[in-house]
Design a protein around this ligand. Structure first.
Ligand SMILES: C[S@@+](CC[C@H](N)C(=O)[O-])C[C@H]1O[C@@H](n2cnc3c(N)ncnc32)[C@H](O)[C@@H]1O
Length: 234
């Protein structure tokens, strides 16, 4: 299969080191980074792992990532999961980055390098076991048309609404909501009012949480209201 690369769609891709020493990618044409320049790893840990993965205590979970990009969230999920927890991880990415690029992303040690390289080397469209408790399915597709499964946790990591508004549309959130199990959690770094309203209109119970460095807030949205209590802001 011929995979579209980000530079075919968004122009040249540049590396950038972020404040915590981890790396991200920058798309000059879109003037957009894949992560916060104030710390890519810090942001992913805060938004996706601490406010998402670690709030689910079940022995088996199914995760959807919208926008796999550098694979950082896959890597951090593998490193941060509870001992013995079984994870089925479905990563959707329309513009996979080439291995020549992923192999240059900063890693903290040899173990991370090995796992990240493996994540990128695995074939697309085929569920693969990274280890006995972690199955990864990478789908090269557009979220608007991708076939979804059932999920307990969604990492919604699209480019910002100002840069790619179609990713934050009612149809995308309705589609994801429909694919989530009751009590399921969606986390995203973006707390823009219109994005939260679109999530609410899709049926989510939306809660604003403290954001990562240099960002006031992030969002955790739930299906059927597990975290839906009195302090929701409108
Ligand atoms: C903010 S970046 C993702 C960051 C990524 N989670 C990481 O840790 O590197 C947004 C990602 O969404 C992807 N993307 C853009 N349009 C898409 C679409 N229609 N469907 C699926 N993925 C898309 C981009 O190629 C990019 O990799």
């Amino acid at each position: 299969m011929q995979l579209a690369k980000p530079d075919e769609m968004f122009g040249v891709v540049e590396f950038q080191e972020t404040a915590d020493g981890s790396s991200t990618l920058y798309l000059p044409l879109l003037d957009e980074h894949y992560h916060s320049v104030h710390g890519a790893l810090t942001e992913s840990m805060h938004v996706f792992i601490n406010a998402g993965l670690l709030t689910l205590e079940t022995d088996e979970i199914s995760v959807l990532e919208v926008g796999m990009g550098t694979g950082l969230n896959v890597l951090l999920t593998i490193l941060s999961r509870r001992p013995g927890q079984k994870i089925r991880y479905h990563a959707i990415e329309k513009y996979p980055i080439p291995v020549e690029l992923s192999s240059k992303l900063a890693c903290r040690d040899d173990n991370e390098r090995r796992i990240l390289d493996k994540i990128h080397a695995l074939p697309w469209e085929k569920p693969q076991n990274l280890d006995e408790n972690f199955e990864l399915l990478k789908t090269c597709a557009d979220i608007h048309t991708a076939e979804l499964q059932r999920y307990d946790l969604v990492y919604f990591d699209a480019f910002a609404p100002e840069k790619q508004p179609d990713m934050w549309s009612p149809s995308v959130f309705r589609k994801i909501y429909e694919a989530m199990n009751g009590g399921g959690v969606l986390v995203t770094y973006c707390s823009k009012g219109s994005a939260k309203q679109t999530m609410r209109d899709a049926g989510f119970c939306v809660k604003r949480l403290a954001g990562p460095p240099h960002k006031h807030h992030m969002v955790r949205a739930t299906k059927n209201g597990l975290f839906c209590d009195g302090d929701l802001e409108k």
